[in-house]
Ligand binder design. Structure first.
Ligand code: GLY
Ligand code: MN
Ligand code: MN
Length: 409
């Protein structure tokens, strides 16, 4: 029902004679006969709830048709069951279903010349190119209309996102409890993996388990180095539960105790992150958390002599403070409208993830070298302010040190 309501809402934002075409991904080859694990297209999933590959939905105010893979006895023995054409209308609440193999010869019957066709081209479906060439004169892109809908989460989505955040928070705390010098980054990655799998969740993106100097590589995913006594471990890991992502980063000392220099930098990032989160409420500009983070980080780094020139912030903090989160980890939705940052609205979910990354640099005291710290939470905008979905993952120095002191391995 929820998907039906979303289709109706989408149509109500388009003209009366509109027809929407939205497809989902094809399977992607990894190597030889091996495919990557299949992940449906997010907008298709959002509008249909259908999670098989190679399907296309076509709907208007009068009709909802869906093209699906036909039943195939041999393929189903090898690769798993298919819903099939016969069952599709009842299960997916469609008026008609057809084989995806008949798409090109059937699509014309579903569209007449007065229709305005809206097409979402984000999926990797093999038929996308055919759709654009067949309907070339008559088509408008739908992506931004769906993006605006997906940007505001409904209660079902918020529930899924809370589940994803809870699971990831638990995984981060398991990682803190497990970490100790002598283990490898992949031992900690395995701990996170176990928490995700036992929660029936998958990764929302490749996890970053970055110790020592690797913590200064923003998208480090090798996850294979030794954990050294005295180094930090930065973990950026989030899971996907029923399609919805969490995206959490925690940074902690491998031996369970922050050095003085590590604590000093950690407290700057934490204070920037807390102030940035505190600003989030409906009506506030979506760029405010970033402005607050930049301001605090540059002032504090300047105060302790690491950053002499206030204009040098990007040397130590080179990414944005947040992004939309939802079915995609970097979720859809504009940040600006007519060149101005838009306002936060109830139901949006953003990450807040300031960081400081200090590489080896002869102009900086060596006690700060190889300190990379990011703290990232997932924040829902509520009617009166915000709710931190990932708040159960500890982040205060004393809480991290206490949890790590319970490490009994
Ligand atoms: N995990 C990717 C990001 O934080 O944006
Ligand atoms: Mn993020
Ligand atoms: Mn992240």
């Amino acid at each position: 029902m929820i998907h039906q309501k979303r289709r109706q809402e989408l149509l109500s934002r388009l003209g009366d004679n509109s027809v929407v075409i939205v497809s989902t991904n094809s399977e992607q080859k990894r190597n030889s006969d091996v495919n990557y694990p299949f992940r449906p297209d997010s907008s298709f999933w959002y509008l249909t709830g259908f999670t098989e590959p190679d399907a296309i939905a076509v709907f208007s105010n009068n009709n909802y048709s869906i093209f699906v893979r036909p039943k195939d006895k041999t393929k189903e023995i090898w690769d798993g069951e298919r819903l099939g054409v016969k069952s599709a209308p009842k299960v997916l609440l469609a008026d008609n279903a057809y084989s995806i193999n008949d798409f090109l010869k059937t699509i014309h019957k579903l569209i007449d010349k007065n229709n305005l066709v809206y097409f979402d081209d984000s999926s990797t479906n093999k038929l996308n190119e055919n759709i654009t060439s067949i309907l070339a004169n008559n088509t408008k892109l739908l992506n931004t209309v769906i993006s605006e809908m997906r940007l505001i989460k409904d209660s079902n989505e918020i529930q899924n996102m809370q589940t994803a955040a809870n699971l990831a928070a638990k995984a981060h705390m398991a990682a803190m409890t497990k970490a100790s010098p002598g283990l490898y980054e992949y031992h900690i990655a395995a701990e996170i993996d176990a928490e995700f799998r036992t929660g029936n969740a998958d990764y929302a993106y490749p996890p970053i388990v970055a110790s020592g100097k690797n913590s200064c590589i923003l998208h480090y995913t090798e996850n294979n180095k030794l954990l050294n006594d005295g180094d930090l471990l930065l973990i950026d890991a989030g899971c996907e539960s029923l399609g919805y992502a969490s995206d959490i980063t925690r940074t902690f000392p491998i031996n369970g105790r922050f050095s003085k220099a590590q604590k000093q930098i950690y407290q700057i990032v934490l204070s920037a992150q807390k102030s940035a989160i505190a600003s989030i409420k409906p009506g506030e500009k979506v760029n405010t958390p970033h402005e607050i983070s930049c301001d605090i980080i540059s002032r504090e780094l300047n105060k302790i002599g690491i950053m002499k020139d206030l204009d040098n912030l990007t040397e130590f903090y080179m990414h944005k403070t947040g992004h939309w989160l939802g079915l995609d980890v970097h979720d859809v939705g504009e940040y600006k409208i007519d060149n101005d940052f838009r306002d936060f609205e109830e139901g949006m979910v953003t990450t807040v993830e300031p960081g400081i990354y200090i590489r080896k640099n002869d102009k900086i005291d060596p006690k700060y070298w190889n300190i990379g710290i990011r703290i990232e939470d997932d924040v829902l905008v509520t009617k009166d302010g915000h709710h931190v979905l990932s708040k159960s993952a500890v982040k205060e120095v004393k809480d991290i040190e206490y949890l790590m002191s319970q490490n009994i391995t």
